[in-house]
Ligand binder design. Structure first.
Ligand SMILES: [Zn+2]
Length: 167
């Protein structure tokens, strides 16, 4: 996906650019290409970016550690303000308190919009914190036979110590 030169958008039909997405994103490991559509509209002092894409990602279950495929669907829209940010504003002292306003994305009106970076960020936000192969996954099961017949050698000394104390 090519970066979009923001002033160019004002010349597009309805000041809107649509991008058909069908590709693997850099830094995002997916099983299938990311497929969908992104729409970028120039609305004067802000961009209205919306998108709907989906892909399949292979996760490792947090409980049983098995790999499973998860369909990730992202449907989102965002306002990106267009304003020149002065040098001193960029040079923020680290201890400065960050207000909610500071978290709003801003681009230079003469700059570029990077669809693949935007999409990458949106997809990362949608990746579930808790990755489970199934809501009912019971995790790794230690069966009785495992416990009785194959005591790990590392535990053997502990086991004998235990016997010493209990006998
Ligand atoms: Zn599982």
């Amino acid at each position: 996906m090519d970066a979009i030169f923001i002033p160019q958008l004002t010349k597009a039909s309805e000041r809107t650019e649509e991008i058909q997405v069908q590709e693997f994103l850099p830094n995002l490991e997916t099983l299938t290409p990311v497929r969908g559509l992104i729409r970028i509209k120039h609305s004067g002092n802000y961009l209205e970016v919306s998108g709907k894409v989906e892909t399949i990602i292979t996760f490792s279950c947090n409980r049983c550690l098995q790999s499973y495929n998860h369909r990730l669907t992202v449907q989102t829209s965002e306002i990106i303000w267009l304003e020149e940010v002065s040098e001193e504003e960029l040079d923020l002292p680290l201890e400065r308190e960050v207000s909610v306003d500071d978290l709003v994305e801003t681009l230079s009106p003469q700059g570029y919009f990077e669809p693949s970076v935007w999409l990458y960020e949106q997809m990362c936000l949608e990746i579930p914190q808790r990755q489970l192969c199934d809501a009912d996954c019971t995790g790794i099961q230690a069966t009785n036979s495992d416990v009785n017949h194959s005591v790990d050698s590392r535990w053997a000394s502990l086991e004998s110590l235990k016997k010493k104390f209990t006998s």
